[in-house]
Design a protein around this ligand. Sequence first.
Ligand code: DSN
Length: 435
Amino acid sequence: MATQEITAPNMDRFWNDDLAAADPDIAAAIDKELARQRDKIELIASENIASKAVLEAAGSVFTNKYAEGYPGKRYYGGCDYADVVENLAIERACELFDCNFANVQPNSGSQMNQAVFLALLQPGDTFMGLDLNSGGHLTHGSPVNMSGKWFNPVAYGVRKDSEEIDMDEVMAIAKEHKPKLIIAGGTAYSRIWDWEAFRKVADEVGAYLMVDMSHISGLVAGGAHPSPFPHADVVTSTTHKSLRGPRSGIILWNDEKYTKPINMAVFPGMQGGPLMHIVAAKAVAFREALRPDFKDYAHAVVENARALAASIEDNGLRIVSGGTDNHSMLVDLTPMDVTGKAAEKGLDRAYLTCNKNGIPFDTRSPFVTSGIRLGTPAGTTRGFGPEEFRKIGAMIVQVVEGLSRNGDDGDAEVEERIRREVGELCAGFPVYPGM
Ligand code: DSN
């Protein structure tokens, strides 16, 4: 057999090519995504714009590192700097949310919640969560999610008249079903959560109280929404929404008795090696959120949401529950007989990005819906204030009116004019100007 000469691979391109040279297709998609974020107005309530520093940490050499285990107790060598990063992330998370313990390894919101279930429940156990149709989350007991398949979820909802959570009803449901765990928190609920009242319900039936503050954790960090501590046993949060960090999750608690079950549930229960580059980016985001100016940001998010909601109502559409106390709102499109699906598409044509969303007691399917969900965290990060959000509210209603007049194709002239107005607004508030 002829022997083949083996030559050392040429690594020049490996070390030196930037993305545009190494993979023009992906580089082009990233460039287009940057342009989209710059040129359109981001109104998805669960999205934000992370800082350059967060992006840098997320794209760092920690992507190469395995660090299964926890600081000081790893299953791999070479973890000195991984320990530095993870310890800083833990310390900063505890300082930010004024709690004793944090696990900063969950890769996502779904995994952080699954880890709490693994730590505190057994398959088949009963737990309570806010109904998805009332603004809850898939991982809080939806029948299509693991939480709804492997456990026994009992839902609480919002009242039909006020569209707000009724704590008397929560108490009654808890007494009837005796859940082992109660989840407070949601994805489309725009009112203040009464953590203390949830604690009373949990104590009454001997349940754990878990708060999933993913949507509002930036507001909690900035003092613009009451903290779930000291009321909750365990608090979970994603880190990329109002908190403005990388796409990821955290678990927080005060009582040492939860430390072993939660840490064991995250690793080795749910996950293997933590994404150390993302843990580093979380640490950076927590440091940013500890700065005094983050308080200003959090309060501005709420003030802007109030301005947006008021403008939408003044222009003729209804806000679910009559307003907002946080970063988000649900717009009821039924007065103009427009679906959420058509509105999401029409608004996107006008360079306003949002998502269709069911409203409480919606008669339409989740793929169609009678509402849209809007939020102000990303717009506030780029510098918009109440004046800009009032303009955005008027634009949104004009697009919806076009859909109401002309059907799903909308009013092309109105959408074209609004695209121009969005362009003018965005030009005054650049995103990632140096990139
Ligand atoms: N998908 C997120 C949201 O948009 O609210 C929650 O996980």
